[in-house]
Design a protein around this ligand. Structure first.
Ligand code: F6P
Length: 323
């Protein structure tokens, strides 16, 4: 193995730059030539590929986003598109790929490497933390801390005005950001896609609190929750409790940006390093994960098929602590 490529794909996440840096510098350390592929599979298809040196990843470990940029490439879904992408790699002699991204990116990698026998190593970069085979993903820690800081600020107003606040955090299919930020900010209710939303129980709880003159209430909602997000939940609460002063805040993409936390920089450096080491050892089509603080490899197809399960125990704890 002499030449490898690295790309970021899917939604960006804070810490992706730290992972790129680790891949490039580990590759150079082993005497490899490392190519950066711009805008994920789009750059592979459009031949937007350049040779990287140690300087090209200087001063990026602390930056959010991704210097390689990211995109969703529709041409890569087609066999013709993948063929053209492969030819662009072949003409440079690129023999292995490190793909930093989420489940969609790994599905593409799996398909590509089956067709062209090019080893692909996945590095989980997503704020959602929704991959099997790893307890951490690059960007989650930063995103969840951003959410906690924002909700703490909202709590001041909530308390000053005796309001019900419904805060929507990211997570179309996964409730980890909602669960962690909700617990850390003392939310009374946390609504996530993985569990059924018991709206009657929420209304009941709010009614009881109204009786006790405790009108402050924080509900943290994942965007993919059953009702369809914070606005929808607010509609029901306003209808059923006309006296409640309800406000909605949608945190949105602020959760995806910003300087990565120390934890995300460490995880990204660790995984980036092992991604290159595993290519050199001849591994193919696996995702580098971390379980119990140890590097763990999971076949790409398994990492995208099986979802992390959110323990019901947590939901019980949420209820007890908020009562
Ligand atoms: O997968 C990361 C994520 O931020 C999800 O939490 C969210 O549902 C989605 O991406 C939003 O995607 P986009 O930025 O394309 O709107």
């Amino acid at each position: 193995l002499k030449k490898i490529g690295v790309l970021t794909s899917g939604g960006d996440s804070p810490g992706m730059n730290a992972a790129i840096r680790a891949v490039v510098r580990t590759g150079l350390y082993h005497g490899l030539e490392v190519f950066g592929i711009m805008r994920g599979y789009q750059g592979m298809y459009e031949d937007d590929i350049f040779s990287m040196d140690s300087r090209s990843v200087a001063n990026i470990i602390q930056r959010g986003g991704t210097i390689l940029k990211t995109a969703r490439c529709k041409e890569f879904f087609e066999p013709e598109g993948r063929k053209r992408a492969f030819e662009n790699l072949k003409k440079r002699g690129i023999e292995g790929l490190v793909i930093i991204g989420g489940d969609g990116s790994f599905r593409g990698a799996q398909k590509f490497s089956n067709e062209y026998d090019i080893p692909c190593i996945g590095v989980p970069g997503t704020i959602d933390r929704d991959m099997a085979g790893t307890e951490v993903t690059i960007g989650f820690d930063t995103a969840v801390n951003t959410a906690v800081q924002a909700i703490d600020k909202i709590r001041d107003t909530m308390d000053a005005h005796d309001r019900v606040f419904i805060v929507e955090v990211m997570g179309r299919d996964a409730g980890y950001i909602a669960l962690h930020s909700g617990i850390a900010t003392g939310a009374e209710n946390i609504l996530i896609p993985e569990t059924k939303t018991d709206i009657e129980a929420i209304i009941h709880g709010l009614t009881e609190k109204e009786k006790r003159q405790k009108l402050v209430n924080l509900i943290v909602v994942a965007e993919g929750e059953e009702f369809g997000g914070a606005d929808e939940v607010a509609k029901v609460v306003r209808q059923r409790l006309p006296k409640a002063d309800v406000r909605v805040t949608v945190l949105g993409h602020i959760q995806r940006g910003g300087s990565p936390t120390c934890e995300d920089r460490l995880v990204a450096s660790h995984m980036g390093y092992y991604a290159v080491e595993s290519l050199l050892l001849g591994r193919k089509n696996v995702m580098v994960g971390v379980i119990n603080n140890k590097i763990h490899y999971t076949p790409l197809d398994k990492a995208v098929k099986e979802k992390h399960k959110i323990g019901q125990e947590w939901m019980k704890i949420v209820k007890i602590l908020a009562s």
